[in-house]
Design a protein around this ligand. Structure first.
Ligand code: ZN
Length: 245
């Protein structure tokens, strides 16, 4: 039976202990994921922040914009925020990583998609801002997993998921084809074995792809001959193919 494609995503990185474990397990298994980054995380240790993000890129993972400070996140913050503020937050996040890479003599290739924090996917004007102003696909999620004993996250209520002791998910079943699977970097420090079990269980029937158009493809698309290019070819081509690898 052919393997069903799905998309592993990890939010709120980079994280000092968790991201290292996630990257290690993905590298062992030779699979790629999409990391939604927030500049404030690890801003106290820019060297480690740079090292982890560079490693993501070197190993073929995709990067997504998750906003500079992860605000708005709650319903009340969403109600109080303006579209301009949210746009500025995402632009600041991109500028932060551009500067971080510049300081290391490198060029940050940019994000290939974006994800609003918290319940953002339920706020259409902000999602529209992402696609229209940032010219990137907004990527929500359809399946979430976490360790049983991580506090909070009451919505992830199926414990010992698929008989994996210590792991919980948002549904009893395996993720459907093309599911966007959400995890968080911070949950996996010291828990490589549990993450390995989850990924190995999925690998029996699923294969992993990244989200958004990789920056190198964007460049190639922009360099297409004029007769092939759509009108306004300077626009981000990723917005038209949110799930293309
Ligand atoms: Zn988040």
């Amino acid at each position: 039976m052919p393997l069903r494609p799905c998309y592993l995503t990890f939010d709120d990185g980079p994280h000092a202990r968790g991201t290292e474990v996630v990257l290690q397990v993905l590298e062992e298994r030779g699979i790629q994921a999409t990391f939604y980054l927030t500049a404030k995380n690890l801003s106290s240790d820019p060297e480690l922040q740079y090292t982890l993000v560079k490693r993501m890129l070197d190993r073929g993972h995709a990067l997504g914009n998750h906003g500079e400070d992860h605000d708005p996140e709650t319903d009340s913050q969403y109600a109080a925020a303006s579209t301009e503020e949210v746009l500025s937050d995402f632009q600041k996040n991109r500028a932060h990583f551009q500067k971080l890479f510049e300081r290391h003599g490198e060029v940050f290739p940019g994000f290939s998609s974006a994800r609003l924090p918290g319940s953002g996917s339920a706020k259409p004007p902000f999602v529209e801002m992402i696609t229209q102003k940032l010219r990137q696909p907004h990527v929500a999620w359809t399946f979430e997993f976490a360790p049983n004993d991580h506090p909070g996250l009451a919505h992830i209520d199926r414990r010992n998921w698929q008989k994996i002791q210590g792991l919980r998910a948002t549904q009893d079943e395996l993720p459907a084809m093309h599911s966007i699977i959400l995890g968080h970097d911070a949950h996996w420090g010291g828990r490589a074995d549990l993450l390995r079990m989850f990924i190995d269980h999925l690998r029996k029937t699923m294969m992993f792809q990244t989200l958004g158009t990789p920056p190198s493809r964007n460049l190639r698309a922009i360099k297409r001959p004029p007769q092939e290019a759509p009108p306004r070819s300077d626009r981000e081509p990723a917005a038209q193919s949110p799930r293309a690898r």
